[in-house]
Ligand binder design. Sequence first.
Ligand SMILES: Nc1ncnc2c1ncn2[C@@H]1O[C@H](COP(=O)(O)OP(=O)(O)OP(=O)(O)O)[C@@H](O)[C@H]1O
Ligand SMILES: [Mg+2]
Length: 252
Amino acid sequence: MTESVVVDHVSKQFTLQNARTLKQRLVRRVEGQETNPKFVALDDVSFTVEQGEAIGLMGLNGSGKSTLLKLISGVLRPDSGSVLTRGRIAGLIEVTAGFHPQLSGRENIFLNAAILGMGETEVQGKFDEIVEFAGIGRLLDTPVGRYSSGMFARLGFSVAAAVDSDIFIIDEVLAVGDPPFKKKCIKRIKQVRDEGRTIVFVSHNTTQVKRLCTRAVVLEEGRLGFDGSVADAVHHLRYDDDTDEDGDGGEI
Ligand SMILES: Nc1ncnc2c1ncn2[C@@H]1O[C@H](COP(=O)(O)OP(=O)(O)OP(=O)(O)O)[C@@H](O)[C@H]1O
Ligand SMILES: [Mg+2]
């Protein structure tokens, strides 16, 4: 087996900008509070993903999933520990990342693809496929700043999926797509998986994680809470009963 992503004792903290103005800083200092306290987003996280494995990265809001994806993709660096990846990485972390709102969909495809490491000829060869998949033909020459959030997500996913990457990371992008597009995305991700590429899939949707992944890693307040089968991860998270979304047993 070949290791594809190795997350080794990774920690990351952020500075919380609680006191932005001079007055706020003074007040905090007088009250004996720290002006800009640190927040630990990831705390000593370690796990390895083998080449061709599809893992779900799960956890409650704020548990550190997107931060970890940013470290894997190299957008952020860990404070301590290391992240090693083998091969080209593509994917979608933040829907609007790598897009310019005033440029058209057409221009943004070239811009975003370049950011993802595709050459101009490679993009030209895949341009029609990207537009077709996104279903944005009508909006191709409209500035993307005027796209609906779903349309934005479609475009981002389509470009990312067109890159021949070894590692494909997806952060909850399917949440804003409509059901037919979600279905198309799942099919595409399955294809990517069946091509033997590594997948790190962030989602709160247990059905999607079960469909796509064979293993799940759960983050809990920045720490590794669980690493094992998807079914056990879902149980660990108490996400078992997805149908009763508000957890009140179906009462109105
Ligand atoms: N640049 C930043 N500066 C300060 N705090 C940050 C920054 N980025 C993330 N955080 C904090 O780190 C924590 C983890 O955030 P992260 O976005 O990784 O969570 P997540 O698991 O992706 O959550 P969600 O399910 O809501 O997407 C949060 O408390 C967040 O507020
Ligand atoms: Mg997130």
